[in-house]
Design a protein around this ligand. Sequence first.
Ligand SMILES: Nc1ncnc2c1ncn2[C@@H]1O[C@H](COP(=O)(O)OP(=O)(O)OP(=O)(O)O)[C@@H](O)[C@H]1O
Ligand SMILES: [Mg+2]
Length: 293
Amino acid sequence: MFHRLYISASLYQGVFAEETEGIIVSKPAIPDEIKSAMIDVKHKIVILSGKGGVGKTTIATNIAMAFAKAGHSSGILDVDIYGPNVPKLLGLEGQHPEIDGEFIRPVPGPLNTKIMSMGFLLRHSDDAIAWRGPIVAKAIMQFLGNVRWGELDVLLVDLPPGTGDEILSILQMIPDIDGVVIVTTPQEVAVLDARRAIQLVQKMNVPLLGLIENMGKFVCPSCGESHMLFGEGAALKATQEFGLDHLGTLPLDPNIIALSDRGTPFVVEAPESQSSMKFLEIVKQLSLKIGLS
Ligand SMILES: Nc1ncnc2c1ncn2[C@@H]1O[C@H](COP(=O)(O)OP(=O)(O)OP(=O)(O)O)[C@@H](O)[C@H]1O
Ligand SMILES: [Mg+2]
């Protein structure tokens, strides 16, 4: 149950509001510039978590790479204004997109992917953005409208953590979202935030494609014993309660951390590993769900 009143949409033209069970979810019209920027992007999948640090960016980048490996043209839109980490994870730090008039061209990533991140627009990767709410909403709209994606089979959208105003703005401003993938770690507190994210998406009538549980089983490299460091059960319970598909559980894998820090996506660098196999399985399910053959 939400108790917040969203009025951010008064920033936009063509606003109307719809009241559902005590909350008002505003429905701004999507500006034509954003529609035309994404007109040749066939499918859009949004990665959302609620809690920070649960692996959204890792999952968004590796899913995009797994789509590319499966022969689909794919891209990543990193709309995390506070911590845009996609360039770091793909070894693209310091790159700047080509500017063509008032349009921005995505930066080429591994496996011919197209990458666009708020991070490319900062002078230094450790620059912080300290904008207030309305400025954030406007900046996001401009960003979404100015990137020329060209043709793409699938675009993965990586969001900042939380279920706040900017998340709402982004979900409202991306046309024809195929669905949202919820990411959580197994621990209760992360699942609690994931539940909020699920409810927000449901309220907005955006389809939910399923849930990925990240940082599940850890197999000790010395003794081979398995541990569930973040607990177990809470995420699966949430999927049952909300009627969500469980797309898979990814292990807590130290290699993922090492490769991410080196800027090499896991699915490309360690294709035979258990974690990569899991990503490929997840992408197969997502392809079926969005009708990408
Ligand atoms: N399955 C995993 N096993 C081990 N480490 C992981 C796994 N998934 C992600 N990580 C590590 O966890 C940290 C957080 O991951 P990531 O940045 O993808 O999370 P996030 O949800 O995008 O965070 P934020 O909310 O700050 O955007 C990173 O150091 C990443 O390498
Ligand atoms: Mg992130």
